[in-house]
Design a protein around this ligand. Structure first.
Ligand code: UDP
Length: 457
């Protein structure tokens, strides 16, 4: 602990959902290690995710606990969840006003744009935490800034209408069906205007933190700095815990649905880089047709694999599949200890939906990325991985219902295990760059700068 950070009190406010909470907890952990005092806003349903960290830092990490606000009806459930979170504005003000040494700043998720107004009201700084990468959030920002005009250009709702984001480096293009949530926007609709205001408030906040690193997304970080007109844009990722800290164990983000001992004993029997890990994040599931095609591909291929499915889509696994693949396959029905799996020397490739955390976790582990994007920022993340960084292959894309051809997928799975694939070579280089960035490179520098500025507030 340094003298300067000892009295710095920070309010951290994650948005509900594993993909949002996990990386912000990793950041909280780093800041606690640097001596800050932190209060974290928690809703009761997420308490179990926060507890391991609270028990490791009982005197410097405090909970500000609220029941989950009732979800407001809105054009989309996610928009309803964002809007209902605003009900915590007054309760947080009340807590702040009666606190003997209230926080000097609030770090909050990018879906909590209204906390910028909260911070202004309290006379403190707001720093946005982006759980998306810099490319994904550059697109998100441009989309929401221009949403009325973009929707008007495609007023007949052509699914294949191409939107070019010309001001963003490399001019990313997305088709209409790949855009997230903006289809629901109607000018004047109070819910949609409120959501848009929140997204716009992010760019007006005092600072922005990205869970990314310069070698991976340098051009997009520079782009955001130009957009916001200041340099309080910090790229401090990948935000991944140490092997042995309170957040790392096999319970990261949830308890493992399988015995970690069984899983890691199975992995011990496999050779280096020979296993394909397949997982679609915390929310996305496969349809029956998608599961059937994936299962056929796995049967046709020769690879070892770990298949992680949700309890809800596990019933789509064809009968007899497990017997037919035998010891080549290991199935996880429910939560998998993903980070520990990806870091295992036997795992060489990752079939992923390209959620930003999975993207970074795979890159940091140096596994070849096989992209199967399904929504949100995942199409942009696949572009980054496949087209720009050359660290992966697309195995499926074409909308959330899209079904890959089993024969082609089997071939890609087999090819992915080849040691000299250029993508594998490149991802190992990027993985080394990630390690360096965090240890003594640009991410370390940005985190130092952010902590120093906080301690001066
Ligand atoms: N995750 C995990 N086990 C699972 C599913 C997901 O540990 O069975 C973790 C994964 O490691 C990542 C997060 O949950 O940290 C998912 O975040 P991501 O951004 O990849 O996708 P999302 O779930 O937000 O779509």
């Amino acid at each position: 602990m340094t003298q300067s950070t000892k009295n710095t009190h920070l309010l951290v406010y994650p948005f509900s959902g594993s993909g949002h909470i996990i990386p912000l907890l990793d950041l909280t952990h780093l800041l606690l290690d640097r001596g800050l005092t932190i209060t974290i806003v928690v809703i009761t349903a997420n308490l179990s995710l926060i507890e391991p960290l609270v028990s490791s830092y009982p005197t410097s990490l405090h909970k500000l606990l609220f029941p989950e606000p009732e979800i407001s009806p809105a054009p989309h459930p996610l928009i309803g969840k964002v809007i209902s979170s605003q009900k915590l504005f007054q309760p947080i003000v009340k807590w702040f006003e009666t606190h003997p040494s209230p926080p000097v700043a609030i770090v909050s998720d990018f879906f909590l744009g209204w906390t910028n107004e909260l911070a202004n009201h309290l006379g403190i700084r707001r720093i946005v935490f982006s759980p998306s990468g810099a490319l994904g959030s550059s697109i998100f920002h441009a989309l929401w800034r221009d949403v009325g005009e973009i929707n008007a250009r495609n007023d007949n709702g052509d699914e294949n209408f191409v939107v070019s984001f010309t001001e963003i480096p490399n001019v990313p293009e997305l088709k209409w069906w790949q855009l997230s949530l903006s289809h629901f926007y109607k000018k004047g609709d109070p819910d949609m205007e409120s959501f848009r205001d929140g997204m716009m408030a992010n760019m007006k906040s005092w600072g922005i933190i990205y869970n990314t690193f310069e070698e991976m997304e340098g051009v997009y970080i520079d782009h955001i700095q130009k957009q916001v007109g200041h340099d309080r844009v910090w790229a401090i990722g990948p935000l991944l815990p140490d092997e042995h800290g309170p957040l790392v164990s096999t319970g990261r983000g949830g308890s493992s649905a399988v015995s970690p001992d069984d899983l890691f004993r199975w992995l011990d029997r496999k050779s280096d880089d020979s296993v394909v890990y397949i997982c679609f994040g915390s929310r996305f599931t496969l349809s029956e047709k998608q599961m059937s095609s994936l299962a056929s591909a796995l049967e046709l291929s020769k690879v070892n694999f770990i298949l992680c499915v949700k309890a809800s889509d596990s019933s789509f696994i064809p009968s007899g599949f497990i017997d037919r693949v035998g010891d080549r396959g290991f199935i996880v029905k429910g939560w998998a200890p993903q980070l520990a799996i990806l870091r295992n020397r036997a795992v060489g490739s990752f079939v992923t939906h390209c959620g930003w955390n999975s993207t970074l976790e795979g890159v940091a582990a140096g596994v070849m990325m096989m992209t199967w994007s399904m929504g949100a920022d995942q199409y942009a993340n696949a572009k980054l991985l496949v087209d720009q960084l050359g660290v992966g292959l697309r195995v499926c894309e074409g909308g959330p219902e899209s079904v890959p051809d089993p024969g082609k997928l089997a071939q890609l799975l087999d090819e992915s295990s080849s040691v000299d694939r250029p993508e594998r070579v490149k991802v190992k280089e990027l993985s080394q760059a990630a390690t360096k960035a965090v240890k003594d490179g640009t991410s370390r520098r940005d985190l130092d700068m952010f902590t120093r500025l906080l301690s001066e507030l």
